[in-house]
Design a binder for this molecule. Structure first.
Ligand code: C2E
Ligand code: CA
Ligand code: CA
Ligand code: CA
Length: 279
């Protein structure tokens, strides 16, 4: 320890060093992962609550960690954003999702959209719309088969040019969904201002239905509002048949959650799709 002022002593803190080291180590591993392409997409099906048919897929990224196996996005997306590493990952996700979806269309799958998550940081990147246009062009995926999922935080600052960016995406023919709806502290005014197609009701509102009356009231209100604004609704994180029945009765359009299937690798999804069609 050394004196750094009257009555103040600075101590050497080994924990701080090991934390800094851990961050550097993590960053090194992620840079390596980006360089070697150590990411994989899992796809989760979305089904029509009325007909039970497949009506969309969400692409969710995972990291093939050299020692820990498959690591979920919560553990690295935020970190990558903070360290300026998100853009190569986001670009890869977009291209890979479009490439895979085009391959499925070519194999005779229905013309459903694949949804890709864009963080606020990625959304604000200057060349984002051009990137989307280029990926659609080079993969040959019809624009209506790509859906971009954005959180409310993207729409909170209209001065950032969100309006122009959304209009430009829409002009490409891409679909736009609001992810985690109801969790973002934003005003509802954006619902009429922006060219949106879909609202995804956050899992936190769905998970305690039908038992929790407050959550039932919230989900009911969201579905009704979305319907009158002619926006499609997706319920996220649906796990039980009772939830499916409630959502269907409320007029929610689409179901996504473990009750249908968990996210899975492309090959497993293809097997799921075969079985789903047969059954
Ligand atoms: P999200 O967009 O809200 O994705 C839904 C999350 O809920 C996924 O977690 C999914 O595996 C999980 N989930 C789906 N159905 C159920 C269910 O029935 N029960 C429960 N308990 N969970 C369910 P995952 O894959 O770990 O992704 C977490 C978050 O990471 C995503 O939340 C999204 O915000 C972000 N993320 C994932 N992929 C990407 C990506 O490519 N780019 C960006 N920027 N973010 C991504
Ligand atoms: Ca999402
Ligand atoms: Ca979500
Ligand atoms: Ca979420």
């Amino acid at each position: 320890a050394r004196r750094i002022g009257p009555g103040m002593v600075q101590c050497y803190d080994p924990a701080m060093d090991s934390r800094a080291l851990e961050i550097l180590q993590r960053e090194r591993l992620l840079r390596e992962a980006i360089a070697t392409g150590a990411f994989v997409l899992h796809f989760q099906p979305q089904t029509d609550l009325r007909t039970g048919e497949l009506c969309g897929l969400e692409a969710l990224v995972r990291w093939r960690h050299p020692h820990r196996g498959i690591v979920g996005p919560q553990e690295f997306i935020g970190f990558c954003e903070a360290r300026g590493l998100i853009s190569p990952i986001g670009r890869w996700v977009l291209r890979e999702a479009c490439r895979q979806m085009k391959a499925w269309l070519d194999a005779g799958w229905p013309q459903v959209p694949v949804a890709v998550n864009l963080s606020a940081l990625e959304f604000r990147q200057r060349d984002m719309v051009a990137e989307v246009a280029e990926v659609l062009q080079s993969t040959g995926l019809p624009p209506s088969c790509l859906e971009i999922e954005l959180t409310e935080s993207v729409l909170m600052h209209p001065e950032d040019g969100a309006q122009d960016t959304l209009n430009a995406l829409k002009a490409l023919g891409v679909r736009i969904a609001i992810d985690d709806f109801g969790t973002g502290y934003s005003s509802l005014a954006y619902l009429k201002r922006y060219p949106l197609d879909q609202i995804k009701i956050d899992r936190s509102f769905v998970m305690d239905t039908p038992d929790n009356a407050d959550d039932v009231a919230i989900v009911t209100a969201i579905v009704q509002m979305a319907r009158s604004l002619q926006l499609q609704t997706v319920a996220e994180g649906v796990e039980t048949q009772a939830q499916v029945e409630l959502l269907r009765a409320l007029g929610c359009d689409i179901c996504q959650g473990h009750v249908v299937a968990a996210p899975m690798e492309a090959a497993a999804l293809a097997a799921w799709w075969e079985a789903w069609q047969a059954g």
